[in-house]
Every structure is written in structure tokens, then in C-alpha cells.
Design a protein around this ligand. Structure first.
Ligand code: M6R
Length: 364
């Protein structure tokens, strides 16, 4: 049931404030002072490193989580795509926790990677949407993301719920390792609790994304740029767009631009820059100016402060609500999803069932 929406994807994008609220109440107490994880909990004070493995959008969730676990909890994190990880026979040292992310919980490569880690990692965790799935059943600690059934092939609400669950887990790990005190934890949990409201506000950019998408639909190639935890969001934006609009899109860490991809830039290539006004903003803006100096058409996705400082010369700007920089990757999933969705609609492709793709990839 599409509940009045034209596509499941549109419904699932719109559902995000509500499902995220459910995930937040599942993992955070009513006073927003403590995290509640399933018993028995993993003692993160003893964890020496984490290995995170997944495919596609879930892999990008791992990449965001790497920033969080390293910066907030001080745990070194290795991330790999499941199809590579399972065959490279990585050595596993004592004190390693393995974490697998999968919406379906049935992705063949991710499941095989999990089985490789059985008996090698100290503990196996998973972040899954389907609690009775193979990946959940074979983990020591499966964490549900509570996104509800996701039908559109392009993952949307599962991604934001994966990120939310991972952000909470990173905070709990930081607390156990004495890296944040109770007041700091409460402050971050309060920021998380404000996410459903912010997501609602962010959904207000829909009309703007629709008009921009009509123009994006004409492009042959589109580049996405981001720095820090916004780099995986750029990757996610490019994947979403390729998947459902069939436009060739690539993402780069903004700092990599001048190491090759800048050669692609001309007036026909829209460049989507995802940059909240955070500590890395100025650096991203200087990369953006390099692109504009070469005739590139920049779509800047930022907040009001960022727009005031840096929209001179840009082609289009999308203004997002202001958000704690820690949580920006969750909020900025919305423009990534809406741009892909409306571009696909403008092109008339089959949004919910794109060609050559299956919702769950249960073969290698
Ligand atoms: O069910 P999973 O999360 O394990 O699926 C992983 C990928 O196949 C999936 O995220 C895929 O990339 C999506 N179609 C992206 O929108």
C-alpha cells in the first residue's frame, strides 16, 4: 500500500521522521539521559578495533560510522565491502568486534563475510532491519533499526535508521570508554531526539529539489562532493541517482578533486556539493570555487549560514535546517534521496523497480 504516494520510495522517504522516532525511543530512555542496548552488552572498554562490512548503501552507513566510532569513541575502525572482505582473508587480532550492516539481513556477500568472522572476532554485531533474518540470527548482538518494511529497491529510510542506530551505539561506546561524561552524553542524545523534527523540516525542500531535478535530468554525468562524514553521503547521493535515474554519477572526497576528477568538469556537468557549515566548510568551499573557475555548475547543499557565506557564483542552492555537525549525515540523506527520486520521475524511469536490480541480493 503506497498510502497515496506515487511510489513506495516517496512513501518511504516521507516516513523517515516517524520511523526514526521509533528507533530513537527504542535505544534512548524517556529522559534522554541514557542508552539502552540489548543484554548482554558488549564491553566497549575492552574493544581494540572494529571491522565493519556491508554492501551498497549499508556500506556507506559503515563509512559514516567509521568517523563516529573513531572520533567519538576513539576506536580504530576498518571498513570493507563484503564481496572483497570475504575473499581477502584478513587477519583478525584479539579485541576485534565485527559489525555487519544489512537492511534485508540476507545479502549473500555480507552473510558470507559474517561467517568468515565467526570464531575469529571476539563478538559479532549486526545492524539489521529484518530481525528474523540470517544475519540477525547468526550475530551475537543483532541491533534492529526498526525502519519497517522497505519495498523500494533504493534504500532510504533503512539508511537513516541504520545511521541513527550507529550514532547511538558510538555514543554508548564512548561512554563505556570514558570518552564522554554524562552531561555530554545527554547533550548528544538530546540532539538525536531533535532529529525527527529536523527531518520534517528538511522534507520541506521537496519543491526546490523537484525543480532542480528537472534540470539534472538533462545531464549525462553528475559529480557529488563531500568532506569528512559528508563524503559517504556524496557516495550515497551518487548511488541513489545512478540506481533509479540511470544517470552516470560519481562521488569524490572534495580534497581528491584536483587529483584527477577535475578534468571532467565543464559547463555540462552539474556538481553537487554537500556541505553543512562545519569545521571543514571553508576547505570544501575552496574546492567548490576551483570547480566554478572551470565553468562547473555547482548545486550547493548547505544551511543558512553556509549559503550566506558561500553562494556567490553557484548555480543552485538548497538550504537545509541547521543541525549538530555530528548528525548532519543523517539529515543530508534527505536531499540525496529527493534529488535522485525527482530526477528519476522527471526521466520517467521505474523508480521502485529499477532495471537489472533486486531488493535483496541473495546470490554472489
Ligand atoms: O539488504 P542490504 O542492506 O544488505 O542490501 C545492500 C545493498 O544491496 C543495498 O543497500 C543496495 O545498494 C540498495 N539498492 C541501495 O539503494
Amino acid at each position: 500500500d503506497k498510502a497515496g504516494f506515487k511510489h513506495f520510495m516517496a512513501k518511504e522517504i516521507a516516513e523517515q521522521p516517524v520511523v526514526l522516532q521509533g528507533a530513537l525511543s527504542h535505544y534512548i530512555n524517556a529522559e534522554a539521559t541514557a542508552v539502552t542496548m540489548p543484554d548482554p552488552e558488549i564491553d566497549f572498554a575492552q574493544v581494540e578495533r572494529m571491522t565493519m562490512v556491508a554492501c551498497g548503501t549499508a556500506f556507506y552507513a559503515c563509512l559514516v560510522a567509521k568517523y563516529w566510532f573513531e572520533q567519538i569513541a576513539g576506536i580504530p575502525v576498518e571498513v570493507d565491502v563484503a564481496s572483497e572482505f570475504r575473499y581477502r582473508e584478513p587477519p583478525v587480532t584479539k579485541g576485534t568486534v565485527a559489525l555487519f550492516i544489512s537492511q534485508s539481513g540476507e545479502t549473500a556477500d555480507t552473510l558470507a563475510a559474517l561467517r568468515y568472522m565467526q570464531g575469529k572476532a571476539d563478538k559479532i554485531m549486526s545492524v539489521v532491519n529484518v530481525p528474523e533474518s540470517s544475519i540477525a540470527r547468526e550475530s551475537d548482538m543483532p541491533l534492529p533499526i526498526l525502519a519497517g518494511t522497505e519495498i523500494g529497491v533504493a534504500s532510504t529510510k533503512a539508511f537513516t535508521c541504520q545511521l541513527t542506530t550507529l550514532a547511538i551505539l558510538a555514543l554508548r561506546a564512548a561512554q563505556m570508554r570514558g570518552r564522554i561524561n554524562d552531561a555530554e552524553l545527554a547533550e548528544k542524545l538530546a540532539a538525536l531526539r531533535s532529529l525527527p523534527g529536523l527531518l520534517n523540516l528538511a522534507l520541506g525542500i521537496e519543491d526546490k529539489t523537484k525543480s532542480i531535478s528537472r534540470k539534472l535530468a538533462e545531464a549525462r554525468d553528475i559529480l557529488f562532493l563531500g568532506r569528512g562524514a559528508m563524503y559517504p553521503l556524496a557516495l550515497e547521493g551518487a548511488l541513489k541517482l545512478k540506481e533509479i535515474s540511470y544517470i552516470h554519477a560519481e562521488a569524490y572526497a572534495s580534497g581528491e578533486l584536483k587529483h584527477g576528477p577535475i578534468a571532467l568538469v565543464d559547463k555540462h556537468v552539474p556538481i553537487i556539493v554537500m556541505a553543512p557549515r562545519d569545521s571543514l566548510f571553508d576547505k570544501t568551499v575552496s574546492n567548490m570555487q576551483e570547480v566554478m573557475a572551470r565553468g562547473g555548475k555547482v548545486l550547493l547543499i548547505t544551511d543558512q549560514k553556509g549559503a550566506t557565506e558561500a553562494s556567490t557564483g553557484v548555480w543552485e542552492t538548497i538550504i537545509m535546517p541547521e543541525v549538530d555537525p555530528f548528525l548532519a549525515p543523517i539529515l543530508y540523506a534527505v536531499p540525496a534521496q529527493l534529488l535522485a527520486y525527482h530526477t528519476a520521475v522527471a526521466k520517467g524511469t521505474d523508480v521502485d523497480q529499477p532495471r537489472n536490480l533486486a531488493k535483496s541480493v541473495t546470490v554472489e
